[in-house]
Design a protein around this ligand. Structure first.
Ligand SMILES: CC(C)(COP(=O)(O)OP(=O)(O)OC[C@H]1O[C@@H](n2cnc3c(N)ncnc32)[C@H](O)[C@@H]1OP(=O)(O)O)[C@@H](O)C(=O)NCCC(=O)NCCS
Length: 165
């Protein structure tokens, strides 16, 4: 398995893997493939990595800029992240996350936030941070990780592609 940046000819495979991973997911409205397309079209897909095995895309993770109000620059949101259902539980998602965070850190990103299951993301260093708020989300599911700067404080907004307002 290799982790590499997306290429133009990966786009439909990324959509298919994402749709399959989120099909029937209790917290999904199945718009995740569309979110990735909107991020790409809006120039907000800052980092898009695929996991490839035997020439096939088996996983994908997207990172996009988030705004922190009143003021913190260089923060990103992780997601959507997907691993093809028959390939889950083998470390593919972890490899995508670790590589993505390494690349963000290497590019000087201040930090990363996400909405997800705390039990999964804690092992990468993500924590609930009371000083950083994401209105509309139960606080235990909103998590942050400082990469090259101190933890930010304020209110986070994801790219409009997420349709979260
Ligand atoms: C979440 C997802 C990307 C993880 O990818 P993965 O390749 O299956 O994960 P990994 O193999 O790297 O990690 C598996 C480990 O995480 C644990 N894990 C997986 N999902 C978890 C969850 N929701 N909560 C807690 N632990 C979880 C597994 O028990 C396993 O633990 P272990 O390593 O101690 O055995 C993948 O399961 C997926 O595509 N799910 C459907 C889409 C989704 O939910 N995306 C995230 C939305 S927040």
């Amino acid at each position: 398995m290799i982790i590499r940046p997306e290429r133009d000819d990966d786009r439909s495979a990324i959509g298919a893997v994402t749709a399959a991973a989120f099909a029937g997911h209790p917290h999904s409205d199945q718009t995740e493939p569309l979110i990735i397309e909107r991020l790409r079209a809006g120039g907000a897909l800052s980092l898009s990595l695929v996991a490839e095995e035997a020439g096939e895309v088996i996983g994908h993770v997207a990172f996009s800029p988030v705004t922190v109000t009143p003021a913190a620059a260089g923060w990103y949101g992780l997601g959507p992240i997907s691993v093809r259902p028959d390939m889950q539980g083998r470390g593919v998602g972890s490899a995508l996350i670790r590589r993505g965070l390494d690349m963000l850190r290497g590019s000087g990103a201040a930090g990363c936030v996400l909405v997800g299951e705390p039990g999964y993301y804690q092992k990468f260093g993500f924590r609930n941070e009371p000083a950083l708020a994401f209105p509309g989300c139960a606080p235990q599911y909103f998590m942050a990780l400082a990469l090259t700067e101190a933890m930010a404080s304020g209110t986070v907004a994801f790219d409009p592609a997420f349709g979260l307002g």
